[in-house]
Design a protein around this ligand. Structure first.
Ligand SMILES: C[S@@+](CC[C@H](N)C(=O)[O-])C[C@H]1O[C@@H](n2cnc3c(N)ncnc32)[C@H](O)[C@@H]1O
Length: 260
């Protein structure tokens, strides 16, 4: 049965994906000219992906998915948003990668939607806040990984939210928080109409979910730079963004590498 909160988030992503697809921050024209949207951390963590099967969870319109394909992986992207998958299918044709596969699915309902098992499962940047139940999420990853396969996630750190936003939440907050009328992260002048439902996760929750699913955490890291310009006046160095007055004293992102 469809998950009510996730369906609400599906509507939100259907509302905003076109804005992102066409926004200069996503560099569509550069991508079509051959630019690769993957960042250093995931490229270093996963190394040579050529000839490997790779599933990209919560892929939006698939630019990162197709970037892995350009590095030689046989890719499958997954996203709950119908419009995101429509744009991903459009982008794969425009980029000349018709063999890439995209599946529209809630991550909770993904088991049974593909017959394949994967060498690599990848997830990045702006994703775990949309997942309520990390145990269910880890079971899906365990199902789709081949024995010996690797899951890698790099994403925002919940600690950063506590320092950067004026919310009442603690690091230990449980339960959903609903947001409406928020400013889109690309087009900051656009107020999102739909109400989104998000969740906070402590770092230990990710590890425990993986352990419960029978997977092995082999590496974790934390970073004091961000994957995007969080406040609109941050300074870019290489692939990452820093506050104008220097490095933060707290983590902005984390990564975790897991094997089956
Ligand atoms: C910030 S975007 C991810 C951006 C991504 N890193 C990229 O490469 O563009 C978050 C994505 O998660 C998707 N999403 C949210 N809830 C989901 C769910 N329950 N199952 C699958 N995808 C979901 C949204 O539709 C959206 O495309």
């Amino acid at each position: 049965m469809a998950n009510k909160h996730n369906e609400q988030n599906r509507d939100v992503w259907n509302e905003i994906v076109e804005l992102h697809y066409n926004h200069p921050d996503y560099k569509l024209n550069e991508f079509l000219d051959g630019w690769n949207s993957l960042k250093q951390i995931e490229k270093d963590a996963l190394g040579d992906v050529s000839g490997k099967s790779l599933m990209h969870l919560m892929c939006q319109f698939g630019m990162d998915t197709l970037s892995w394909a350009r590095l030689g992986a046989d890719v499958t992207g997954v996203d709950i948003s119908d419009k995101s998958i429509e744009f991903a299918d459009k982008l794969k044709q425009a980029a000349g990668i018709p063999e890439a596969q995209f599946i529209r699915s809630d991550i909770y309902d993904l088991i049974g939607k593909s017959d394949k098992k994967f060498d690599i499962i990848f997830q990045s940047h702006g994703t775990h806040c949309w997942i309520e139940d990390l145990d269910k999420w880890a079971e899906v990853i365990a199902h789709y990984l081949k024995p010996g396969g690797t899951f890698f996630i790099v994403d925002g750190h919940a600690i950063a939210d506590l320092f950067l936003w004026d919310d009442e939440f603690t690091y230990f907050h449980k339960g959903p928080y609903k947001e409406s009328n928020w400013n889109d992260y690309c087009d900051r002048s656009y107020k999102v109409k739909g109400e989104s439902v998000e969740w906070m996760h402590k770092l230990s929750d990710f590890v425990n979910a993986m352990v419960k699913a029978g997977l092995t955490v082999v590496a974790m890291d934390e970073y004091n730079h961000s994957y995007y310009d969080i406040k609109g006046d941050w300074v870019q160095k290489g692939d990452y963004w820093h506050p104008p007055d220097g490095a933060t004293k707290y983590p902005l992102m984390f990564s975790m590498k897991v094997t089956k």
